[in-house]
Design a protein around this ligand. Structure first.
Ligand code: ATP
Length: 276
């Protein structure tokens, strides 16, 4: 199948079991006159139990997309729904609670507390929420990330890859609807990056979690079921069953001709939205 045909046969506009949906999301920074349009009408749905990578040239809006989707930032216009709930209708307090209870985050910097053991780092979000972990839940996640025998260690006693696995365990322990990764392998060497990506894949395939991750690395993106490409704040297309080579080819094209389209002319948002 050609890439154009692949794009045209991408996921449907609404899926049977969408956990997250962005509709016409626009995010402008600064005033209306000289503002920067970081997202320009992005519509996107994520199926439950899917692994999506978001790629695009620097400044194309990847982080902004992630932040809006995760309720860390409010879009200037458009809607974001998590399990059907419109995040725009929530107060700051309710949004904070939703992020804590139903969203997991894994960042490039592991953001672990150095004085706490692995177990205490993993259970921190639950304790902050005044919740007790479900029986066996902590053991389960530590087992899943391969750190059951390191539960009493502190971050400094672990490798970078192990520290990122602690961060993944921490993201998993609340059983979130979606786990967001912002360059989760950006600070890791190749071997550790491969382990962490394999773990994220496993979390999707075996635990049925939904993962969306921003990355600059075509090899990392190829671990996902689908890669969504952004260019100038718009969705430029997507690739199902990606390989590193095809992702890299897409990125080269995006750098050379910002928003590609099926007929070779500049695509508009409506045309691209049809692909979703
Ligand atoms: N807080 C902000 N204030 C003003 N402009 C911003 C802000 N955050 C992002 N932008 C602008 O919005 C656009 C998109 O930024 P964003 O960080 O989402 O891109 P990105 O694709 O994640 O980039 P990179 O790959 O370099 O991290 C850029 O032009 C950026 O300069």
């Amino acid at each position: 199948m050609t890439e154009v045909a692949e794009r045209a046969s991408g996921n449907p506009v609404t899926g049977p079991d969408e956990v997250l949906r962005l509709e016409a999301v626009r995010r402008v920074y600064g005033g209306s006159k000289r503002g920067v349009v970081a997202l320009d009408g992005v519509s996107l749905g994520l199926e439950r139990g899917s692994f999506t990578a978001v790629m695009g040239p620097s400044g194309s809006g990847k982080s902004t997309l992630l932040h809006c989707a995760a309720g860390l930032e409010r879009p200037t216009s458009g809607t974001v729904r998590l399990d059907g709930e419109d995040l725009g209708s929530l107060s700051e307090r309710a949004l904070t609670r939703l992020r804590r209870d139903r969203i997991g985050f894994v960042f490039q910097a592991f953001n672990l507390l150095p004085a706490l053991t692995v177990v205490d780092n993993v259970t921190l979000p639950l304790r902050l929420a005044g919740r007790k972990p479900e029986r066996g839940a902590v053991e389960d996640v530590l087992e899943r990330v391969g750190l059951a025998d390191r539960r009493g260690h502190r971050p400094a006693e672990l490798s970078g890859g192990q520290q990122q696995r602690v961060a993944i365990a921490r993201a998993l322990v609340t059983r979130p609807a979606v786990i967001f990764g912002d360059e989760p392998t950006g600070a890791l060497d190749t071997g550790n990056a491969r382990d962490v990506l394999g773990l994220l894949r496993e979390v999707v395939a075996e635990a049925g979690r939904t993962v969306v991750m921003v990355t600059h690395d075509p090899v990392a993106a190829a671990y996902a079921d689908r890669v969504v490409f952004l260019s100038d704040g718009r969705i430029a297309g997507s690739l199902n069953r990606p390989t590193p080579e095809r992702v890299a080819a897409w990125m080269t094209r995006l750098r050379n001709e910002p928003v590609p389209s099926a007929n070779g002319t500049a695509a508009n948002t409506e045309t691209m939205r049809e692909l979703w």
